[in-house]
Design a protein around this ligand. Structure first.
Ligand code: PEP
Ligand code: MG
Length: 574
Protein backbone atom coordinates (compact mmCIF):
# COMPACT_ATOMS: atom_id res chain seq x y z
CA UNK A 1 0.00 0.00 0.00
CA UNK A 2 1.28 3.49 -0.82
CA UNK A 3 -0.24 6.74 0.42
CA UNK A 4 0.86 9.39 -2.00
CA UNK A 5 0.27 12.98 -0.99
CA UNK A 6 -2.02 15.64 0.36
CA UNK A 7 -3.38 18.08 -2.18
CA UNK A 8 -6.36 20.41 -2.18
CA UNK A 9 -9.07 18.61 -4.20
CA UNK A 10 -10.51 20.26 -7.30
CA UNK A 11 -13.81 18.41 -7.08
CA UNK A 12 -14.92 16.61 -3.92
CA UNK A 13 -15.73 12.94 -3.47
CA UNK A 14 -14.31 9.58 -2.39
CA UNK A 15 -13.96 6.69 -4.86
CA UNK A 16 -12.03 3.45 -5.37
CA UNK A 17 -11.27 1.90 -8.76
CA UNK A 18 -8.83 0.59 -11.29
CA UNK A 19 -6.38 3.07 -12.80
CA UNK A 20 -6.66 4.04 -16.46
CA UNK A 21 -3.42 5.83 -17.33
CA UNK A 22 -4.03 8.09 -20.30
CA UNK A 23 -1.04 9.03 -22.44
CA UNK A 24 -2.24 10.67 -25.66
CA UNK A 25 0.30 10.55 -28.48
CA UNK A 26 1.76 13.94 -29.29
CA UNK A 27 1.23 15.10 -32.84
CA UNK A 28 4.39 16.67 -34.20
CA UNK A 29 4.87 18.64 -37.37
CA UNK A 30 7.32 17.62 -40.06
CA UNK A 31 10.15 20.20 -39.98
CA UNK A 32 10.91 20.21 -43.72
CA UNK A 33 10.18 23.37 -45.71
CA UNK A 34 8.01 23.69 -48.79
CA UNK A 35 8.82 25.14 -52.20
CA UNK A 36 7.60 28.70 -52.89
CA UNK A 37 5.28 27.24 -55.54
CA UNK A 38 3.49 25.10 -52.96
CA UNK A 39 2.42 27.96 -50.69
CA UNK A 40 -1.08 28.33 -52.18
CA UNK A 41 -1.74 24.60 -51.82
CA UNK A 42 -0.41 24.62 -48.24
CA UNK A 43 -2.58 27.61 -47.35
CA UNK A 44 -5.55 25.75 -48.81
CA UNK A 45 -4.78 22.72 -46.61
CA UNK A 46 -4.70 24.95 -43.53
CA UNK A 47 -7.98 26.65 -44.48
CA UNK A 48 -9.67 23.24 -45.03
CA UNK A 49 -8.29 21.81 -41.77
CA UNK A 50 -9.41 24.89 -39.89
CA UNK A 51 -12.89 24.79 -41.45
CA UNK A 52 -13.34 21.12 -40.58
CA UNK A 53 -12.15 21.65 -36.97
CA UNK A 54 -14.39 24.68 -36.69
CA UNK A 55 -17.47 22.70 -37.74
CA UNK A 56 -16.89 20.26 -34.86
CA UNK A 57 -16.25 23.09 -32.38
CA UNK A 58 -19.56 24.71 -33.39
CA UNK A 59 -21.34 21.44 -32.50
CA UNK A 60 -19.57 21.24 -29.14
CA UNK A 61 -20.17 24.96 -28.41
CA UNK A 62 -23.90 24.32 -28.38
CA UNK A 63 -23.40 22.23 -25.24
CA UNK A 64 -20.56 23.95 -23.43
CA UNK A 65 -19.35 27.48 -22.78
CA UNK A 66 -15.72 26.35 -22.94
CA UNK A 67 -16.10 25.47 -26.61
CA UNK A 68 -17.59 28.88 -27.30
CA UNK A 69 -14.21 30.23 -26.19
CA UNK A 70 -12.61 27.70 -28.56
CA UNK A 71 -14.64 29.13 -31.38
CA UNK A 72 -13.14 32.55 -30.67
CA UNK A 73 -9.68 30.99 -30.86
CA UNK A 74 -10.50 29.23 -34.14
CA UNK A 75 -11.71 32.57 -35.52
CA UNK A 76 -8.82 34.60 -34.16
CA UNK A 77 -7.37 36.67 -37.07
CA UNK A 78 -3.99 36.87 -35.30
CA UNK A 79 -3.64 33.08 -35.50
CA UNK A 80 -4.80 32.99 -39.15
CA UNK A 81 -2.43 35.79 -40.18
CA UNK A 82 0.57 34.35 -38.32
CA UNK A 83 0.08 30.90 -39.83
CA UNK A 84 -0.41 32.38 -43.32
CA UNK A 85 2.73 34.48 -42.96
CA UNK A 86 4.81 31.49 -41.92
CA UNK A 87 3.56 29.55 -44.95
CA UNK A 88 3.89 32.29 -47.54
CA UNK A 89 7.00 34.13 -46.30
CA UNK A 90 8.96 31.48 -44.40
CA UNK A 91 7.90 28.49 -46.59
CA UNK A 92 6.82 26.38 -43.64
CA UNK A 93 4.37 23.56 -44.17
CA UNK A 94 0.88 24.06 -42.70
CA UNK A 95 1.45 21.77 -39.69
CA UNK A 96 4.75 23.45 -38.78
CA UNK A 97 3.30 26.95 -39.25
CA UNK A 98 0.41 26.05 -36.96
CA UNK A 99 2.63 24.36 -34.35
CA UNK A 100 5.01 27.33 -34.20
CA UNK A 101 2.15 29.83 -33.94
CA UNK A 102 0.54 27.90 -31.07
CA UNK A 103 3.88 27.56 -29.25
CA UNK A 104 4.56 31.27 -29.66
CA UNK A 105 1.22 32.28 -28.12
CA UNK A 106 1.47 29.70 -25.34
CA UNK A 107 4.97 30.88 -24.44
CA UNK A 108 3.72 34.48 -24.15
CA UNK A 109 0.81 33.32 -21.96
CA UNK A 110 3.10 31.24 -19.73
CA UNK A 111 4.90 34.43 -18.75
CA UNK A 112 1.74 36.19 -17.61
CA UNK A 113 1.35 36.46 -13.82
CA UNK A 114 -2.31 35.62 -13.81
CA UNK A 115 -3.05 31.90 -13.22
CA UNK A 116 -6.37 32.09 -15.07
CA UNK A 117 -4.78 33.46 -18.23
CA UNK A 118 -1.91 30.97 -18.02
CA UNK A 119 -4.47 28.19 -17.98
CA UNK A 120 -5.96 29.54 -21.24
CA UNK A 121 -2.85 28.31 -23.06
CA UNK A 122 -4.44 24.85 -22.76
CA UNK A 123 -7.35 26.08 -24.92
CA UNK A 124 -5.04 27.33 -27.67
CA UNK A 125 -3.20 23.98 -27.67
CA UNK A 126 -6.47 22.08 -27.76
CA UNK A 127 -7.81 24.00 -30.76
CA UNK A 128 -4.49 23.70 -32.61
CA UNK A 129 -4.32 19.93 -31.93
CA UNK A 130 -7.81 19.62 -33.36
CA UNK A 131 -6.73 21.40 -36.56
CA UNK A 132 -3.46 19.43 -36.63
CA UNK A 133 -5.35 16.12 -36.53
CA UNK A 134 -7.28 17.20 -39.62
CA UNK A 135 -4.09 18.24 -41.40
CA UNK A 136 -2.44 14.90 -40.64
CA UNK A 137 -5.57 12.88 -41.27
CA UNK A 138 -5.34 11.28 -37.81
CA UNK A 139 -8.55 10.13 -36.13
CA UNK A 140 -9.15 11.13 -32.51
CA UNK A 141 -8.06 8.51 -30.02
CA UNK A 142 -10.07 10.04 -27.23
CA UNK A 143 -11.30 8.73 -23.94
CA UNK A 144 -14.53 7.39 -25.39
CA UNK A 145 -12.87 3.95 -25.61
CA UNK A 146 -13.16 3.53 -21.82
CA UNK A 147 -15.89 0.94 -21.30
CA UNK A 148 -15.60 0.02 -17.61
CA UNK A 149 -15.41 2.00 -14.35
CA UNK A 150 -11.93 3.51 -13.88
CA UNK A 151 -10.03 6.28 -12.19
CA UNK A 152 -8.53 8.34 -14.96
CA UNK A 153 -4.91 9.46 -14.44
CA UNK A 154 -3.27 11.81 -16.96
CA UNK A 155 -0.67 14.55 -17.22
CA UNK A 156 -3.45 16.91 -18.16
CA UNK A 157 -6.82 16.74 -19.88
CA UNK A 158 -7.93 19.15 -22.57
CA UNK A 159 -11.56 20.28 -22.83
CA UNK A 160 -11.80 18.00 -25.89
CA UNK A 161 -10.59 15.03 -23.82
CA UNK A 162 -13.10 15.86 -21.11
CA UNK A 163 -15.94 16.24 -23.64
CA UNK A 164 -15.25 12.75 -24.99
CA UNK A 165 -15.26 10.92 -21.65
CA UNK A 166 -18.20 8.97 -20.36
CA UNK A 167 -19.04 10.15 -16.81
CA UNK A 168 -20.69 6.79 -16.11
CA UNK A 169 -17.32 5.07 -16.38
CA UNK A 170 -14.93 7.74 -15.11
CA UNK A 171 -15.23 7.48 -11.32
CA UNK A 172 -12.47 9.95 -10.58
CA UNK A 173 -9.76 12.06 -12.20
CA UNK A 174 -6.17 12.76 -11.16
CA UNK A 175 -3.91 14.98 -13.24
CA UNK A 176 -0.28 15.91 -12.80
CA UNK A 177 -0.76 19.41 -14.17
CA UNK A 178 -3.32 22.18 -13.79
CA UNK A 179 -4.66 24.31 -10.99
CA UNK A 180 -8.10 24.61 -9.46
CA UNK A 181 -9.15 27.07 -12.18
CA UNK A 182 -8.00 24.79 -15.00
CA UNK A 183 -10.61 23.39 -17.36
CA UNK A 184 -10.25 19.88 -16.09
CA UNK A 185 -11.00 21.17 -12.56
CA UNK A 186 -13.99 23.19 -13.76
CA UNK A 187 -15.37 20.30 -15.82
CA UNK A 188 -14.84 17.76 -13.05
CA UNK A 189 -16.82 20.00 -10.69
CA UNK A 190 -19.61 20.50 -13.19
CA UNK A 191 -19.80 16.74 -13.94
CA UNK A 192 -19.49 16.03 -10.18
CA UNK A 193 -16.54 13.69 -10.75
CA UNK A 194 -14.13 13.62 -7.76
CA UNK A 195 -10.79 15.06 -8.88
CA UNK A 196 -7.38 16.14 -7.72
CA UNK A 197 -5.34 18.22 -10.17
CA UNK A 198 -1.72 19.36 -10.12
CA UNK A 199 -0.45 16.18 -8.44
CA UNK A 200 3.06 16.39 -9.84
CA UNK A 201 4.65 13.07 -10.79
CA UNK A 202 1.45 10.98 -10.47
CA UNK A 203 1.77 9.57 -14.02
CA UNK A 204 5.20 8.15 -13.16
CA UNK A 205 3.95 6.39 -10.03
CA UNK A 206 0.78 4.66 -11.22
CA UNK A 207 0.13 2.19 -14.03
CA UNK A 208 -3.09 1.07 -15.70
CA UNK A 209 -4.88 -1.67 -13.83
CA UNK A 210 -3.65 -0.84 -10.32
CA UNK A 211 -6.13 -0.51 -7.47
CA UNK A 212 -6.45 3.10 -6.27
CA UNK A 213 -8.45 5.06 -3.70
CA UNK A 214 -9.02 8.72 -4.50
CA UNK A 215 -9.99 10.71 -1.43
CA UNK A 216 -10.84 14.04 -3.00
CA UNK A 217 -12.11 15.39 0.31
CA UNK A 218 -8.85 15.23 2.23
CA UNK A 219 -6.75 15.28 -0.94
CA UNK A 220 -5.17 11.83 -0.54
CA UNK A 221 -4.40 9.10 -3.06
CA UNK A 222 -3.80 5.51 -1.88
CA UNK A 223 -2.35 2.90 -4.22
CA UNK A 224 -2.97 -0.82 -3.68
CA UNK A 225 -4.91 -0.34 -0.43
CA UNK A 226 -5.06 -3.17 2.12
CA UNK A 227 -8.38 -4.64 3.31
CA UNK A 228 -8.62 -2.47 6.45
CA UNK A 229 -8.01 0.72 4.44
CA UNK A 230 -10.61 -0.33 1.87
CA UNK A 231 -13.18 -0.73 4.71
CA UNK A 232 -12.40 2.73 6.09
CA UNK A 233 -12.75 4.38 2.69
CA UNK A 234 -15.88 2.48 1.69
CA UNK A 235 -17.53 3.95 4.79
CA UNK A 236 -16.15 7.39 3.94
CA UNK A 237 -17.48 7.13 0.37
CA UNK A 238 -20.92 6.12 1.68
CA UNK A 239 -20.98 9.01 4.18
CA UNK A 240 -19.97 11.41 1.45
CA UNK A 241 -22.78 10.24 -0.83
CA UNK A 242 -25.35 10.54 1.96
CA UNK A 243 -24.16 14.03 2.74
CA UNK A 244 -24.31 15.05 -0.91
CA UNK A 245 -27.90 13.86 -1.15
CA UNK A 246 -28.83 15.68 2.04
CA UNK A 247 -27.25 18.88 0.74
CA UNK A 248 -29.07 18.53 -2.58
CA UNK A 249 -32.31 18.10 -0.67
CA UNK A 250 -31.94 21.51 0.99
CA UNK A 251 -30.98 23.35 -2.22
CA UNK A 252 -34.52 24.64 -2.70
CA UNK A 253 -34.93 25.67 0.93
CA UNK A 254 -34.06 29.10 2.28
CA UNK A 255 -30.92 29.95 4.22
CA UNK A 256 -32.83 30.37 7.45
CA UNK A 257 -31.83 29.74 11.06
CA UNK A 258 -33.82 27.47 13.37
CA UNK A 259 -35.42 30.61 14.88
CA UNK A 260 -36.44 32.09 11.54
CA UNK A 261 -33.67 34.58 10.76
CA UNK A 262 -33.13 34.68 6.97
CA UNK A 263 -29.95 35.61 5.11
CA UNK A 264 -29.08 35.63 1.39
CA UNK A 265 -26.64 33.15 -0.07
CA UNK A 266 -25.09 34.36 -3.28
CA UNK A 267 -22.41 33.34 -5.73
CA UNK A 268 -19.12 34.93 -6.68
CA UNK A 269 -18.73 34.49 -10.42
CA UNK A 270 -16.33 35.40 -13.20
CA UNK A 271 -18.39 34.42 -16.21
CA UNK A 272 -21.66 32.94 -17.41
CA UNK A 273 -20.47 29.40 -16.94
CA UNK A 274 -19.96 30.08 -13.22
CA UNK A 275 -23.55 31.36 -12.98
CA UNK A 276 -24.78 28.24 -14.76
CA UNK A 277 -22.98 25.98 -12.30
CA UNK A 278 -24.20 28.05 -9.33
CA UNK A 279 -27.91 27.87 -10.18
CA UNK A 280 -28.52 24.23 -9.09
CA UNK A 281 -27.22 25.13 -5.61
CA UNK A 282 -30.24 27.35 -5.04
CA UNK A 283 -28.48 30.71 -4.88
CA UNK A 284 -30.37 33.90 -4.08
CA UNK A 285 -28.33 35.95 -6.55
CA UNK A 286 -24.85 36.95 -7.66
CA UNK A 287 -23.09 38.84 -4.87
CA UNK A 288 -19.98 39.52 -6.90
CA UNK A 289 -19.54 39.45 -10.65
CA UNK A 290 -15.81 39.92 -11.11
CA UNK A 291 -16.02 41.94 -14.34
CA UNK A 292 -12.24 41.88 -14.77
CA UNK A 293 -12.45 38.36 -16.24
CA UNK A 294 -14.27 39.77 -19.25
CA UNK A 295 -11.37 42.19 -19.72
CA UNK A 296 -8.73 39.50 -19.15
CA UNK A 297 -10.26 37.18 -21.73
CA UNK A 298 -10.61 39.86 -24.44
CA UNK A 299 -8.07 40.82 -27.08
CA UNK A 300 -8.38 44.49 -26.10
CA UNK A 301 -10.59 46.56 -23.80
CA UNK A 302 -14.04 45.01 -24.41
CA UNK A 303 -16.50 47.20 -26.30
CA UNK A 304 -19.66 48.60 -24.71
CA UNK A 305 -21.70 46.21 -26.89
CA UNK A 306 -19.73 43.13 -25.76
CA UNK A 307 -19.95 44.15 -22.12
CA UNK A 308 -23.63 44.96 -22.38
CA UNK A 309 -24.32 41.51 -23.82
CA UNK A 310 -22.30 39.76 -21.08
CA UNK A 311 -23.91 41.72 -18.21
CA UNK A 312 -27.39 41.46 -19.67
CA UNK A 313 -27.08 37.68 -20.11
CA UNK A 314 -25.74 37.36 -16.55
CA UNK A 315 -28.67 39.35 -15.19
CA UNK A 316 -31.18 37.33 -17.19
CA UNK A 317 -29.75 33.94 -16.26
CA UNK A 318 -29.87 34.73 -12.61
CA UNK A 319 -33.31 35.40 -11.14
CA UNK A 320 -31.99 37.28 -8.09
CA UNK A 321 -29.83 40.39 -7.94
CA UNK A 322 -26.59 40.66 -9.87
CA UNK A 323 -23.94 42.82 -8.26
CA UNK A 324 -21.48 43.84 -10.94
CA UNK A 325 -18.18 45.02 -9.58
CA UNK A 326 -16.53 47.63 -11.77
CA UNK A 327 -13.12 46.81 -13.19
CA UNK A 328 -10.73 45.62 -10.46
CA UNK A 329 -7.50 45.19 -12.34
CA UNK A 330 -3.89 45.78 -11.29
CA UNK A 331 -2.31 44.26 -8.17
CA UNK A 332 -2.11 40.56 -9.06
CA UNK A 333 -4.37 40.86 -12.11
CA UNK A 334 -2.94 42.05 -15.42
CA UNK A 335 -4.26 42.51 -18.95
CA UNK A 336 -2.47 40.91 -21.92
CA UNK A 337 -3.07 44.00 -24.09
CA UNK A 338 -2.24 46.74 -21.62
CA UNK A 339 1.21 47.51 -20.30
CA UNK A 340 1.09 48.35 -16.59
CA UNK A 341 4.15 50.25 -15.49
CA UNK A 342 6.25 48.20 -13.06
CA UNK A 343 5.49 49.17 -9.46
CA UNK A 344 7.35 48.38 -6.24
CA UNK A 345 4.11 47.56 -4.43
CA UNK A 346 1.43 46.78 -7.00
CA UNK A 347 -1.12 45.97 -4.27
CA UNK A 348 -0.67 49.51 -2.97
CA UNK A 349 -0.46 50.92 -6.44
CA UNK A 350 -2.43 51.89 -9.48
CA UNK A 351 -5.30 49.44 -9.47
CA UNK A 352 -9.09 49.12 -9.53
CA UNK A 353 -11.02 52.34 -8.94
CA UNK A 354 -7.80 54.39 -9.00
CA UNK A 355 -7.14 53.30 -12.54
CA UNK A 356 -10.79 53.71 -13.59
CA UNK A 357 -10.96 57.28 -12.31
CA UNK A 358 -8.01 58.14 -14.56
CA UNK A 359 -9.02 56.06 -17.58
CA UNK A 360 -12.41 57.71 -17.75
CA UNK A 361 -13.21 56.44 -21.25
CA UNK A 362 -12.70 52.82 -20.19
CA UNK A 363 -14.73 53.40 -17.02
CA UNK A 364 -17.50 55.32 -18.81
CA UNK A 365 -17.82 52.52 -21.36
CA UNK A 366 -18.23 49.95 -18.57
CA UNK A 367 -20.72 52.10 -16.64
CA UNK A 368 -22.90 52.55 -19.73
CA UNK A 369 -22.82 48.80 -20.40
CA UNK A 370 -23.85 48.00 -16.80
CA UNK A 371 -26.58 50.63 -16.87
CA UNK A 372 -28.00 49.26 -20.12
CA UNK A 373 -28.01 45.74 -18.65
CA UNK A 374 -29.99 47.08 -15.68
CA UNK A 375 -33.01 47.40 -18.00
CA UNK A 376 -33.07 43.58 -18.24
CA UNK A 377 -32.63 42.37 -14.64
CA UNK A 378 -31.93 43.37 -11.05
CA UNK A 379 -28.47 44.81 -11.55
CA UNK A 380 -26.45 46.70 -8.94
CA UNK A 381 -23.12 48.51 -9.34
CA UNK A 382 -20.27 48.03 -6.87
CA UNK A 383 -17.01 50.01 -6.71
CA UNK A 384 -13.86 48.20 -5.50
CA UNK A 385 -10.91 49.44 -3.43
CA UNK A 386 -12.42 52.72 -2.27
CA UNK A 387 -10.47 54.77 0.26
CA UNK A 388 -12.14 58.16 0.24
CA UNK A 389 -15.42 60.05 -0.10
CA UNK A 390 -13.80 62.03 -2.94
CA UNK A 391 -13.30 58.82 -4.94
CA UNK A 392 -16.91 57.86 -4.36
CA UNK A 393 -18.10 61.29 -5.49
CA UNK A 394 -15.89 61.17 -8.59
CA UNK A 395 -17.10 57.68 -9.50
CA UNK A 396 -20.73 58.75 -9.01
CA UNK A 397 -20.17 61.85 -11.14
CA UNK A 398 -18.95 59.61 -13.98
CA UNK A 399 -21.95 57.37 -13.42
CA UNK A 400 -24.24 60.41 -13.78
CA UNK A 401 -22.47 61.36 -17.01
CA UNK A 402 -23.02 57.81 -18.30
CA UNK A 403 -26.73 58.05 -17.40
CA UNK A 404 -27.03 61.38 -19.24
CA UNK A 405 -25.32 59.93 -22.32
CA UNK A 406 -27.73 57.01 -22.40
CA UNK A 407 -30.73 59.29 -21.90
CA UNK A 408 -29.58 61.49 -24.76
CA UNK A 409 -29.52 58.49 -27.09
CA UNK A 410 -32.79 57.09 -25.76
CA UNK A 411 -31.27 53.92 -24.27
CA UNK A 412 -33.18 52.22 -21.45
CA UNK A 413 -31.70 51.69 -17.98
CA UNK A 414 -32.82 51.50 -14.36
CA UNK A 415 -32.75 55.14 -13.23
CA UNK A 416 -32.78 54.00 -9.59
CA UNK A 417 -29.97 51.49 -9.96
CA UNK A 418 -28.43 50.78 -6.57
CA UNK A 419 -24.80 51.73 -6.08
CA UNK A 420 -22.68 50.11 -3.41
CA UNK A 421 -19.04 49.66 -2.54
CA UNK A 422 -16.63 47.08 -1.31
CA UNK A 423 -15.17 47.66 2.09
CA UNK A 424 -11.75 46.17 1.62
CA UNK A 425 -9.31 48.86 2.69
CA UNK A 426 -8.60 49.98 6.27
CA UNK A 427 -9.59 53.53 5.22
CA UNK A 428 -13.03 52.37 4.08
CA UNK A 429 -13.49 50.50 7.35
CA UNK A 430 -12.53 53.56 9.44
CA UNK A 431 -14.86 55.75 7.36
CA UNK A 432 -17.61 53.10 7.18
CA UNK A 433 -20.21 55.30 8.92
CA UNK A 434 -19.54 58.15 6.50
CA UNK A 435 -19.65 55.90 3.46
CA UNK A 436 -22.80 54.18 4.71
CA UNK A 437 -24.74 57.47 4.42
CA UNK A 438 -23.73 57.77 0.76
CA UNK A 439 -24.17 54.28 -0.75
CA UNK A 440 -26.98 51.73 -1.05
CA UNK A 441 -25.05 48.70 0.23
CA UNK A 442 -21.71 47.44 1.48
CA UNK A 443 -19.93 44.24 0.56
CA UNK A 444 -16.95 43.34 2.72
CA UNK A 445 -13.94 42.16 0.75
CA UNK A 446 -12.09 40.20 3.38
CA UNK A 447 -9.43 38.95 0.96
CA UNK A 448 -7.99 42.42 0.62
CA UNK A 449 -9.18 43.75 3.98
CA UNK A 450 -7.21 40.99 5.74
CA UNK A 451 -4.05 41.70 3.77
CA UNK A 452 -4.22 45.43 4.31
CA UNK A 453 -5.24 45.30 7.98
CA UNK A 454 -2.60 42.74 8.92
CA UNK A 455 0.03 44.06 6.47
CA UNK A 456 0.34 40.52 5.10
CA UNK A 457 0.59 40.02 1.32
CA UNK A 458 -2.27 37.66 0.37
CA UNK A 459 -0.19 35.97 -2.31
CA UNK A 460 3.12 35.62 -0.48
CA UNK A 461 3.73 32.02 0.50
CA UNK A 462 6.34 33.01 3.11
CA UNK A 463 3.84 34.92 5.21
CA UNK A 464 0.83 32.71 4.44
CA UNK A 465 0.66 31.48 8.05
CA UNK A 466 0.10 35.07 9.20
CA UNK A 467 -2.78 35.65 6.80
CA UNK A 468 -5.95 34.77 8.71
CA UNK A 469 -9.39 36.37 8.52
CA UNK A 470 -10.21 34.98 11.96
CA UNK A 471 -7.56 37.31 13.43
CA UNK A 472 -9.26 39.42 16.14
CA UNK A 473 -8.44 42.65 14.29
CA UNK A 474 -10.30 41.41 11.21
CA UNK A 475 -13.25 40.04 13.22
CA UNK A 476 -13.73 43.30 15.09
CA UNK A 477 -13.47 45.32 11.88
CA UNK A 478 -16.07 43.14 10.19
CA UNK A 479 -18.44 43.63 13.12
CA UNK A 480 -17.90 47.40 13.09
CA UNK A 481 -18.60 47.54 9.33
CA UNK A 482 -21.81 45.54 9.71
CA UNK A 483 -22.94 47.81 12.55
CA UNK A 484 -22.09 50.97 10.58
CA UNK A 485 -24.13 49.74 7.62
CA UNK A 486 -27.11 48.78 9.76
CA UNK A 487 -27.06 52.09 11.65
CA UNK A 488 -27.47 53.85 8.31
CA UNK A 489 -30.16 51.36 7.25
CA UNK A 490 -28.24 49.68 4.42
CA UNK A 491 -27.65 45.93 3.95
CA UNK A 492 -24.17 44.52 4.45
CA UNK A 493 -22.85 41.56 2.51
CA UNK A 494 -19.50 39.86 2.23
CA UNK A 495 -17.85 38.55 -0.92
CA UNK A 496 -14.39 37.71 0.41
CA UNK A 497 -13.43 34.06 0.97
CA UNK A 498 -14.39 34.37 4.64
CA UNK A 499 -18.09 34.29 3.71
CA UNK A 500 -17.80 30.68 2.53
CA UNK A 501 -15.60 29.48 5.35
CA UNK A 502 -17.32 26.91 7.53
CA UNK A 503 -15.72 28.16 10.77
CA UNK A 504 -16.47 31.80 10.06
CA UNK A 505 -20.09 31.36 8.93
CA UNK A 506 -21.72 31.09 12.41
CA UNK A 507 -19.70 34.12 13.55
CA UNK A 508 -20.78 36.22 10.57
CA UNK A 509 -24.35 35.07 11.02
CA UNK A 510 -24.24 36.13 14.66
CA UNK A 511 -22.73 39.50 13.76
CA UNK A 512 -25.79 40.18 11.60
CA UNK A 513 -24.31 39.83 8.10
CA UNK A 514 -27.16 40.03 5.59
CA UNK A 515 -25.63 38.43 2.51
CA UNK A 516 -22.97 35.75 2.14
CA UNK A 517 -21.42 35.55 -1.32
CA UNK A 518 -19.00 32.77 -2.18
CA UNK A 519 -17.64 30.25 -4.67
CA UNK A 520 -20.81 28.46 -5.88
CA UNK A 521 -19.71 24.99 -4.71
CA UNK A 522 -19.54 26.26 -1.10
CA UNK A 523 -23.20 27.31 -1.04
CA UNK A 524 -24.75 23.96 0.05
CA UNK A 525 -22.40 23.50 3.04
CA UNK A 526 -22.94 27.09 4.17
CA UNK A 527 -26.70 26.73 3.85
CA UNK A 528 -26.54 23.56 5.89
CA UNK A 529 -24.59 25.32 8.67
CA UNK A 530 -26.97 28.28 8.74
CA UNK A 531 -29.99 25.98 8.93
CA UNK A 532 -28.44 24.27 11.97
CA UNK A 533 -27.95 27.40 14.07
CA UNK A 534 -30.35 29.66 15.88
CA UNK A 535 -29.67 33.35 15.33
CA UNK A 536 -29.58 33.90 19.08
CA UNK A 537 -26.92 31.24 19.66
CA UNK A 538 -24.87 32.52 16.74
CA UNK A 539 -25.04 36.04 18.21
CA UNK A 540 -23.78 34.71 21.56
CA UNK A 541 -20.91 32.95 19.80
CA UNK A 542 -20.04 36.11 17.84
CA UNK A 543 -20.10 38.19 21.02
CA UNK A 544 -17.61 35.82 22.66
CA UNK A 545 -15.32 35.85 19.63
CA UNK A 546 -15.41 39.65 19.34
CA UNK A 547 -14.27 39.95 22.95
CA UNK A 548 -11.37 37.55 22.47
CA UNK A 549 -8.00 39.25 22.21
CA UNK A 550 -6.05 36.58 20.38
CA UNK A 551 -6.43 34.20 17.48
CA UNK A 552 -5.71 31.33 19.88
CA UNK A 553 -8.70 32.30 22.03
CA UNK A 554 -10.90 32.63 18.94
CA UNK A 555 -9.86 29.20 17.70
CA UNK A 556 -10.60 27.68 21.11
CA UNK A 557 -14.12 29.17 20.98
CA UNK A 558 -14.71 27.90 17.43
CA UNK A 559 -13.32 24.45 18.13
CA UNK A 560 -15.72 24.03 21.04
CA UNK A 561 -18.71 24.19 18.66
CA UNK A 562 -20.54 20.84 18.80
CA UNK A 563 -19.87 18.69 15.72
CA UNK A 564 -23.50 18.50 14.62
CA UNK A 565 -23.34 22.23 13.96
CA UNK A 566 -20.36 21.99 11.64
CA UNK A 567 -19.77 20.52 8.24
CA UNK A 568 -18.50 17.35 9.92
CA UNK A 569 -21.73 16.71 11.70
CA UNK A 570 -24.47 14.27 10.69
CA UNK A 571 -26.80 15.68 8.07
CA UNK A 572 -30.29 16.08 9.46
CA UNK A 573 -32.81 17.42 7.04
CA UNK A 574 -33.95 20.47 8.90
C1 PEP B 1 -11.83 40.71 -1.66
O1 PEP B 1 -10.85 41.46 -1.67
O2 PEP B 1 -12.26 40.16 -0.63
C2 PEP B 1 -12.54 40.43 -2.92
C3 PEP B 1 -13.66 39.74 -2.95
O3 PEP B 1 -11.98 40.89 -4.06
P1 PEP B 1 -10.79 40.15 -4.86
O4 PEP B 1 -10.51 38.84 -4.19
O5 PEP B 1 -11.28 40.01 -6.25
O6 PEP B 1 -9.69 41.14 -4.69
MG1 MG C 1 -10.44 42.72 -3.40
Amino acid sequence: MQKITMKKPASKGVVRGEVFLYRPSVLQADKSSISPKATAQELGRFVDGLASARRRIVELAEKSEIFRAHLDIADDPFIHETVAEKITKEYKNAELALEETANQICLALSEVDDEYLRERAADIKDVCTRIMRRLKGVSFEGLNSIDKPVILVASNLTPSDAASLNPNYVLGIITAEGGNTSHVAILARSMEIPAIVGMTGITDIVASGRDLILDAVEGVVILDPDAATIDVYEKKAKDFQERKLALKAISKLKAETTDGHKVSLCANVGNLQDIQSALPHGIDGVGLLRSEFLYMESQGFPSEADQFLAYKTAAQKNKGETIIRTLDIGGDKSLPYYQFEPEENPFLGWRAIRMCLEMVDVFGCQLRAILRASAFGKVKIMYPMMISIEELEEANALLNTAKKELKATGQAFDADIQVGMMIETPAAFVLAKDFAKRVDFFSIGTNDLTQYLLAVDRGNFKVASLYNFLHPAVLRSVKAIIDAGHEAGIPVGMCGEMAGNELAVPLLLGMGLDEFSMTPSQVPEVKFIIRNWSYQEAAELAEKAINASSLTEIMTILESIPKERTKDGPYKLA
